[in-house]
Design a protein around this ligand. Structure first.
Ligand code: C5P
Length: 239
């Protein structure tokens, strides 16, 4: 993989035309476009085809974060697989049967388990009623990564603060995708992400892919920022 191939850009936009504008701008600078709830709910499966047509060399990440009874997830996963996407997400806190159901319908898509959202901190975990020993995000992420591995998922989504522990335990057995990336030049305290790291820290900690949205989307020159991030990834890998 080239450094740019490890950048996942989320198309967190309300319409197809705005999303495709960013695809045109960034298709030579990032490797993966992520279609999330906002865009998919607004535009439906046609957006997957439209992104593929605009950027045939890019991978497509359908970030539906499935969370339902196993049979519903199995059927939804089959529908997603039929769209010909490369990555799809399910929530690990839905339990082993849900994850297994998604894995069995994966086809050539890679199913990634959401461990703990990067916008969630220890306080929210305690408030949600988790066992005290699992209110430490790192312990909970490791617990859920083990479940992802056991049920046949290809990888996990976790913050850059936990990715080193996952790589230490599972090495290349699980692909790691890390959102919550902020650049040193950004005002990192101004949004909802809590467990954040820089691209360099994420890659040095072992992230295979990084998800980076607002720092690119809201920049005056998104392509330039993406190029700088790719360079940062390249340099992070150079001892
Ligand atoms: O870089 P930025 O915070 O804008 O990226 C937000 C994107 O990352 C959203 O599409 C969100 O769904 C995704 N994401 C996340 N935390 C996770 C998984 C995905 O923020 N644990």
């Amino acid at each position: 993989m080239q450094p740019k191939d490890r950048i996942i850009f989320p198309l967190d936009l309300p319409t197809s035309s705005e999303a495709l504008g960013f695809v045109r701008l960034l298709k030579d600078h990032v490797g993966v476009f992520k279609i999330g709830l906002e865009l998919f709910v607004a535009e439906g499966p046609a957006i997957v085809e439209a992104v593929k047509k605009e950027a045939p060399n890019a991978k497509i990440f359908l970030d539906m974060k499935f969370h339902d009874i196993p049979e519903t997830v199995r059927r939804a996963q089959r529908a997603a697989t039929n769209l010909g996407v490369d990555f799809i997400t399910v929530h690990c806190d839905g339990g082993a049967e849900l994850l297994y159901a998604a894995a069995t319908e994966a086809g050539s898509a890679k199913v990634l388990g959401i461990t703990v959202l990067t916008s969630t901190g220890a306080d929210e975990l305690a408030a949600a009623g988790l066992r005290p020993d699992l209110c430490d995000p790192k312990q909970l992420v490791l617990h859920r990564a083990a479940l992802a591995k056991k049920t046949g998922l290809s990888g996990v989504v976790c913050s850059g603060l936990e990715v080193a522990a996952i790589k230490e335990k599972f090495a290349s057995e699980l692909i790691t995708v890390t959102p919550g990336i902020r650049l040193l030049t950004n005002d990192v305290k101004s949004d909802d992400q809590k467990r954040i790291v820089t691209p360099t820290q994420a890659v040095q900690n072992g992230a295979d892919y990084i998800v980076i949205g607002r720092p690119i989307r809201d920049a005056p020159d998104p392509a330039l920022i993406a190029t700088k991030i790719a360079l940062e990834i390249k340099n992070a890998n150079t001892p």
